[in-house]
Design a binder for this molecule. Structure first.
Ligand code: NAD
Ligand code: UDP
Length: 311
């Protein structure tokens, strides 16, 4: 198949492009390089089945493809809050452009939605039937509400125009090629631990997250795209939950670091708990994560150690 990956030069996108190429597909990676980097995909450039397009999905484009994975959108709070209006445009205008293309060329389209559609959840763990608890006017809203509208657009293009859609809700995912300076907890803690700098714990660290290794996530994404008769939304993530304090301690142990944990203010609207209910993914896709935190963090640490070594 000919497959378009928007945001293909980013963290998740680059792993997805690599996997799809390995499966024998033709892959078009589209990216505006806001948070993505050519370094993430340079090793794919030699393949004659790989193409790269510098483009912003806020502007229309037409490509003859069979599949569209729409991943283009900054994902870390630091990056999506840098230019919040642009974040909304990417999720809304970008989604309309990608859905218009899917409709025109009759491609199947998968949207990378997020656990953030559940906001600061009052139901725990979160299952797909929960409608969420999202602040519409806070500093995270540009991302959360943008992604919620993107899901609405997917459903409306499906009902109104019969577009073949798939929606996945991704929970915190980590691994090599995360952006070193994107402010997310995994990259921050690992880099701080490796450099022997203080580990910046926001709030008391009692908030929880569940971390999924990138290879597991990519498998789930592809399974969902190729699953017939099920459009989602479906949660994809690792159901093993940790407090952020436990997570900080784990990283200090794994890296053998001498860093100490220091307290910093909790950002506004930071969700207090998050854990995916993945029953639906298990039932419909036969998918569940197989890579534990120790293994995943060891691979991630190795990656960042190499990057820091390069300066
Ligand atoms: P990332 O920032 O590494 O990747 C996003 C990519 O999209 C980057 O390469 C960036 O340059 C590109 N991009 C941003 N705006 C664009 C635009 N207007 N036009 C074209 N390209 C644009 O982030 P990621 O972690 O790889 O996330 C990928 C997708 O998965 C995002 O849509 C994100 O919302 C979603 N997601 C990720 C996670 C996670 O834990 N990593 C969790 C939930 C959802
Ligand atoms: N966090 C932290 N220290 C950091 C970065 C993040 O304690 O240096 C916390 C953050 O407050 C949140 C959790 O870690 O509770 C996950 O943050 P991240 O930005 O990775 O993702 P999200 O909040 O979107 O899940």
């Amino acid at each position: 198949m000919r497959i378009l990956v928007t945001g293909g030069a980013g963290f998740l996108g680059s792993h997805l492009c690599e996997r799809l190429l390995n499966e024998g597909h033709d892959v078009i990676c589209l990216d505006n390089f806001f948070t993505g980097s050519k370094d993430n995909i340079i090793h794919l450039m030699d393949s004659h089945r790989f193409e790269l397009i510098r483009h912003d999905i806020v502007e229309p484009i037409l490509l003859e493809v069979d599949r569209i994975y729409n991943l283009a959108c900054p994902a870390s709070p630091v990056h999506y809050q840098y230019n919040p209006v642009k974040t909304v445009k990417t999720s809304v205008m970008g989604m309309i452009n990608m859905l218009g293309m899917a409709k025109r060329v009759k491609a199947r389209i998968l949207q990378a939605s997020t656990s953030e559609v559940y906001g600061d959840p009052q139901v725990h763990p979160q299952s797909e039937g929960y409608w969420g608890n999202v602040n519409p006017i806070g500093i995270r809203s540009c991302y959360d509400e943008g992604k919620r509208v993107a899901e609405t657009l997917m459903m409306d293009y499906h009902r109104q125009n019969n577009v073949d859609i798939r929606i996945i809700r991704i929970f915190n995912t980590y691994g090599p090629r995360m952006h070193q300076g994107d402010g997310r907890v995994v990259s921050n803690f690992v880099v701080q631990a490796l450099k022997g700098e203080p580990i910046t714990l926001y709030g008391d660290g009692g908030q929880t997250r569940s971390f999924c290794y990138v290879d597991d996530l990519v498998s789930g994404m592809i399974k969902m795209m190729e699953c017939d008769g099920f459009i989602g939304p479906v949660n994809l993530g690792n159901p093993v939950e940790n407090t952020i304090l436990e997570f900080a301690e784990k990283i200090v142990t794994i890296t053998g670091s001498r860093s100490r944990v220091v307290s910093r203010p909790l950002p506004q609207d930071d969700p207090k708990q998050r854990r995916p209910d993945i029953s639906l993914a298990r039932e419909k896709l036969g998918w569940e994560p197989g890579i534990g935190l120790e293994t995943g963090l060891a691979r991630t640490t190795e990656y960042f150690a190499g990057r820091i070594g390069q300066g």
